[in-house]
Design a protein around this ligand. Structure first.
Ligand SMILES: Cc1cc2nc3c(=O)[nH]c(=O)nc-3n(C[C@H](O)[C@H](O)[C@H](O)COP(=O)(O)OP(=O)(O)OC[C@H]3O[C@@H](n4cnc5c(N)ncnc54)[C@H](O)[C@@H]3O)c2cc1C
Length: 571
């Protein structure tokens, strides 16, 4: 709440400052009437094809035309230098509507009529020369959180925008679906990762989705993620001015536009997904015990289908089979023989792993009751999947894990794109045609002209990019380039280089795969079995974000080992 009232105050402050500048300096000492006429002219010029940011520049010349670089010097730059023309800015629909309303007003108004106030959107205005530069970070995933953890908060005020206030330790998410781990054990609030977000006066966390980026005006448009009684409108839009912007908004599950997937399948990317899977699994187990159900209906309810044989699909199938072998048999003895797991994959499972490991995983999963089906899903209905060969697969729980692709937000941004549609970056993770904008993690990929491949959508890539960028931003700040438009000549140091350290996947029943080869064709250590499982657990225990979570995870594993998994259905 405090943050919101601070935004409100900032909005009022920046608006009144802007208006007083219109009077005192707008158009070089123009009278209020001339300033008003300039605003109308700007609105009309947009109607003739100009972008809304030109309205901003003309109406608020004091804001648009100034920037403060190192040493607190005020540089008077022409409004057009605020951004590079090759990256058209994006206008938020809400402000577009407001501008359109003003336009129609302006067209019908008499020239002498008093101007309508400019469209108001609550905002965190541009930083003043004496203030610390503002680093705006979109997302609270692997990339953003690593950056937030390492960034020098004495050099930057940080503002984080994300629809969730925590980071998810995704490699252990599958374990929460069946109760091996508790949900709390795999999440870390972002304010614990970077305490400045909660304590520094110029730093904030906003629970919101970014909906647009205006690279010319150096602003991002946001919509509050949770409508609440405390907000003046629903949806609630606001904007934030940035000196540096880091886009780390991740990716979205790929559905290949297959009919019915979005409506009927559950993805496995967020804690809310894991909660939904757990609830549905336990509900189906209990429903199937009701009297009067046919054998066929019981079999359907208790048929868990996983689509996608990548590491996530395989790990989830392994966890499920473990749960069934160990816990369901004991606690749902009436229906235990009906519970089945099917893993559907169009090609080979774990295609990025060594061939020997793939074979091991196939044998292991089959031995512990996971049916592997080679097939392509054509359509998903609420209780049945149709494969391309016409086979019908009835199901009670469907988990979809077929990889990720660019999100709608990333697709909507008018920024250069890498092969595959991610935000295109150079070797320093900069978006070339948008000054002061960086992108990293699953939402970013090297541009084709860098000659580098788009890196895999992995936590280890995202995390290392976050660490690299925190260091780069520190270097930029040390050279006085941290304010908007000031990093032009800064020496950024070495470009980002990624070296793969290997992959791991657990397959259930205390077994895992460890593939330490640098890439698919390289030579190196690859092993499977109990020792690999010990390595898998130790590696992830040490990688968990905080000591608090490390403790939770260790306790959860010990509790599950001694008492079995918790099968309480809550909610
Ligand atoms: C179940 C599972 C298991 C995995 N296991 C492994 C593994 O073992 N090893 C490995 O290397 N990788 C693994 N991965 C992949 C890894 O999690 C991702 O590559 C990694 O999360 C990418 O990090 P990111 O920061 O780019 O995106 P994410 O971690 O996805 O974070 C994106 C963030 O952006 C936010 N966001 C989205 N849209 C907006 C918006 N419009 N405005 C503001 N914020 C937004 C999201 O809420 C989120 O906070 C796994 C993934 C899953 C789902």
């Amino acid at each position: 709440m405090a943050a919101w009232s601070r935004i409100g105050r900032c909005a009022q402050l920046s608006l009144s400052q802007s208006l007083s500048r219109i009077v005192s300096e707008g158009g070089g000492g123009a009278s209020p009437a001339e300033a008003a006429s300039a605003m109308r002219g700007a609105a009309l010029s947009r109607g003739r094809g100009h972008h809304a940011s030109s309205l901003h520049s003309l109406a608020f010349p004091g804001l648009a035309g100034r920037s403060a670089c190192a040493g607190g010097h005020l540089l008077q730059t022409p409004p057009s230098s605020r951004g590079i023309g090759t990256t058209p800015a994006m206008l938020h629909p809400a402000s577009a509507a407001a501008v359109a309303a003003e336009l129609s007003d302006a067209e019908t108004r008499e020239p002498e009529a008093a101007p309508a106030p400019p469209p108001r959107m609550p905002s965190l205005g541009p930083t003043k020369p004496a203030e610390k530069p503002r680093l705006v970070v979109l997302g609270t995933g692997w990339a953003a959180c690593r950056l937030l953890k390492d960034v020098d908060t004495s050099a930057y005020d940080v503002v984080c925008v994300s629809p969730r206030n925590h980071m998810v330790f995704t490699p252990l998410l599958a374990s929460t679906c069946v109760g091996t781990l508790e949900f709390r054990s795999v999440v870390e609030p972002v304010s614990r990762i970077q305490s400045a977000l909660a304590t520094h006066p110029g730093s904030y966390f906003f629970l919101a989705n970014c909906t647009g980026v205006d690279t010319k005006a150096h602003e991002v448009y946001c919509t509050a993620a949770a409508a609440g009684d405390g907000l003046p409108s629903d949806p609630y839009h606001f904007k934030i001015a940035y000196d540096k912007l880091v886009i780390a908004s991740g990716a979205e599950p790929l559905t290949f536009n297959i009919k019915g997937v979005k409506e009927n399948a559950i993805f496995l990317r967020e804690v809310s997904h894991a909660q939904e899977i757990r609830r549905k699994l336990l509900t189906n187990l209990m429903l199937s015990e009701n009297p009067g159900l046919s054998e066929e209906e019981k079999a359907r309810l208790l048929h868990c289908v996983v689509v996608g044989g990548g590491p996530t699909g395989v790990e989830f199938s392994g966890e499920l089979s473990d749960f069934i072998m160990r816990d369901v048999r004991e606690r749902y003895a009436h229906v235990k023989d009906h519970v089945k797991v099917t893993l559907i994959e169009a090609n080979e499972i774990l295609s990025s792993f060594d061939v020997g490991l793939r074979q091991y995983a196939t044998n292991h999963l089959s031995k512990y009751g996971v049916k592997l089906v080679r097939g392509i899903v054509k359509e998903v209905k609420p209780t049945e999947i149709t494969l391309s060969d016409g086979t019908l697969v009835p199901y009670g729980l469907l988990v979809w894990s077929t990889g990720v692709g660019p999100s709608e937000f990333v697709k909507s941004l008018d920024l250069p794109k890498s092969p595959g549609g991610r935000i295109g970056v150079d070797e320093w993770l900069r978006v070339p045609s948008a000054p002061d904008v960086f992108a990293l993690g699953d939402c970013a990929g090297f541009l084709e002209q860098t000659g580098k491949p788009v890196l895999p959508a992995l936590a280890q890539v995202a995390e290392r990019e976050g660490r690299y960028l925190a260091r780069l931003l520190g270097k930029v700040a040390a050279q006085g380039g941290s304010k908007a438009h000031c990093a032009g000549k800064a020496n950024l140091g070495e470009p980002f280089v990624y070296k793969h350290i290997g992959s791991m996947a657990s397959v259930g029943r205390y077994k895992a795969l460890v593939d330490l080869r640098e890439n698919k064709d390289a030579k190196g250590v690859s092993m499977a079995g109990f020792l690999s499982w010990v390595m898998w657990r130790s590696a992830y225990l040490t990688r968990v974000v905080s000591w608090r979570n490390r403790f939770y995870v260790a306790v959860n594993w010990a509790t599950t080992l001694v008492f079995g998994r918790d099968n309480t259905r809550i909610g």
